[in-house]
Design a protein around this ligand. Structure first.
Ligand SMILES: NC(=O)c1ccc[n+]([C@@H]2O[C@H](COP(=O)([O-])OP(=O)(O)OC[C@H]3O[C@@H](n4cnc5c(N)ncnc54)[C@H](O)[C@@H]3O)[C@@H](O)[C@H]2O)c1
Length: 364
C-alpha cells in the first residue's frame, strides 16, 4: 500500500521509522508546510518527496492511503480532501476538533468506499492487552468501575521548528489536555466495557486560559469511570484501575497487578508507556487499518468508536462550561443501533493481529 504521511513533526518522524517495519506499506510522500521539517524529511528519507501543499501531493503521487499526523485543527480538511482523491485515511487523535463534522465525513467515506480510521493506538498497548486478557479470563467478574490517572509535569512539546506549545492553544489543538489524553481514556473505557459512553460530567482547571487539570466522570452502560488528567504533576505517571465483582486489576506504568481473593499477582508489562510516539504499537494498529479496508464491519466499528469519542469529549466540554453537571450523551446516528465494538475482535480470516497474545512475566 502506497502511503503519504501528512505532518512531519515529532509523531510523523517516528511514524516514518515505524513504516520501515511494516510489511506491505511503502511511504511515497510527506507533507509539511514548514520548510525546515520538509528538509529534515528529505534528509532522513532520501528519494521520498516532501510537499508543502496537500493538493499537489495527492495529484502528483496518487497515494492509496494517507496517514494524518498533523496538528488536530487540520485533520478535518485533510480527511475531506484525501477522501475526495480516493484515499483511505488513517488519522491521529483527536480525529477532528468538532463532532458536527463527523457525520458528513463518515458519509463521504462510505459513499467513496474508503476507510476513515481513527488512530486509537492505546488499544494496542500492553496495558490494554493485560486488561483484555484479565476480563476475558473472567478474573474480575462483572466490571463495575474504572479509573484512569494520567500525570505529566507539562504538556508534550511539538517540534521546535513549528509551534512547540500548540497543545495549549485551543485554536490548534481543539482544546487542551482533555483532547490530548482524554481521547485515549474515552475509547479505552468504551472498549473495556463494550458499551458506548452514555453520560459524562467534567470539570477543568485552567491557567491563563489553557487546560491544565481535568476530572471526567463517565458512564458506559453500568460501568462508572473516573478520569484524572494533569499537566502539573511532580512526575510522569500512568495509573489505570479496573474493579469488578471478583477482583481488581491495576496498571501502574510498566507493572500490572491482579488483586483477587486477598492475593496479588504482579506482571511486568513490556513496552512501557514512556515513548510518547508509541511506535511499538503501530504495526498492530496498521494491520487493523489494512483489515478494515476489506471488512466493512470492522471499518464501521472503529469509525463509530472515533465518532463516539469525539462526541463524548464535546459533551465533556459542555459540562465543564457549566458547573460540571452530568450530561446524557446524544451519540450520532452511526453509533445508534450499533453495538459498541467488543474487546475480543474476531480474528480476521487474513490473520490481522487484532489482539496479539499478551507477553507477560510473572515477577513474584
Ligand atoms: N496517538 C498518540 O499516541 C499520539 C502521540 C503523539 C502525537 N499524536 C498526534 O499527532 C499529531 C501531531 O503531533 P506531534 O506531536 O507530532 O506535533 P509536532 O508539533 O511535533 O508536529 C506537527 C507537525 O505538523 C506540521 N504542520 C503544521 N501544519 C500542518 C498542516 N496544515 N499540514 C501538515 N502538517 C502541518 C508542523 O510543521 C510540524 O512539523 C497530533 O494530532 C497529536 O495529537 C498522537
Amino acid at each position: 500500500m502506497r502511503v503519504a504521511l501528512l505532518g512531519f513533526g515529532r509523531l510523523g518522524e517516528a511514524r516514518a521509522g515505524a513504516y520501515a517495519e511494516v510489511e506491505d506499506a511503502e511511504l511515497v510522500a510527506i507533507l509539511d508546510p514548514t520548510l525546515a521539517r520538509r528538509r529534515r524529511g528529505e534528509s532522513l528519507l532520501p528519494g521520498i518527496p516532501a510537499y508543502a501543499r496537500l493538493e499537489d501531493l495527492l495529484r502528483e503521487t496518487e497515494p492509496e492511503a494517507v496517514d494524518i499526523c498533523s496538528p488536530p485543527v487540520y485533520h478535518e480538511g485533510q480527511i475531506r480532501l484525501s477522501l475526495a482523491h480516493g484515499c483511505h485515511v488513517l488519522c491521529e487523535k483527536p480525529l477532528v476538533t468538532r463532532a458536527g463534522a463527523l457525520t458528513e465525513l463518515a458519509e463521504q467515506a462510505r459513499s467513496a468506499g474508503r476507510v476513515l480510521y481513527p488512530a486509537h493506538n492505546y488499544r494496542f498497548s500492553p496495558a490494554m492487552h493485560f486488561f483484555a486478557d484479565t476480563l476475558r479470563a473472567g478474573s474480575l467478574g462483572t466490571l463495575r468501575q474504572g479509573h484512569f490517572q494520567i500525570v505529566r509535569t507539562s504538556h508534550a512539546l511539538g517540534v521546535s521548528e513549528w509551534h512547540p506549545d500548540w497543545r495549549r492553544d485551543p485554536a490548534i489543538a481543539g482544546g487542551g489536555i482533555l483532547c490530548d489524553h482524554g481521547t485515549h481514556c474515552v475509547y479505552m473505557a468504551s472498549r473495556l466495557s463494550e458499551e458506548w459512553p452514555r453520560a459524562v460530567s467534567c470539570t477543568i482547571d485552567r491557567n491563563g486560559g489553557s487546560e491544565e487539570t481535568v476530572r471526567l466522570e463517565l458512564e458506559t452502560g453500568s460501568v462508572r469511570w473516573t478520569v484524572e488528567l494533569t499537566w502539573t504533576g511532580d512526575a510522569r505517571r500512568n495509573y489505570y484501575e479496573l474493579s469488578g465483582s471478583l477482583g481488581s486489576a491495576v496498571v501502574d506504568d510498566d507493572r500490572g497487578y491482579l488483586h483477587q481473593n486477598g492475593s496479588t499477582t504482579t506482571w511486568a508489562l513490556p513496552s512501557a508507556l514512556s515513548d510518547s510516539t508509541h511506535r511499538a504499537w503501530f504495526p498492530a494498529m496498521f494491520a487493523e487499518f489494512r483489515h478494515a479496508i476489506s471488512d466493512p464491519k470492522c471499518a464501521e466499528d472503529v469509525l463509530a468508536e472515533g465518532v463516539a469519542t469525539v462526541s463524548t469529549l464535546e459533551h465533556g466540554y459542555a459540562s465543564a462550561r457549566g458547573v460540571g453537571e452530568r450530561l446524557e450523551i446524544d451519540l450520532p446516528a452511526i453509533c445508534r443501533g450499533r453495538a459498541a465494538p467488543s474487546l475480543t475482535h474476531e480474528p480476521s480470516s487474513n490473520g490481522a493481529p487484532h489482539e496479539p497474545a499478551l507477553e507477560v512475566t510473572d515477577v513474584q
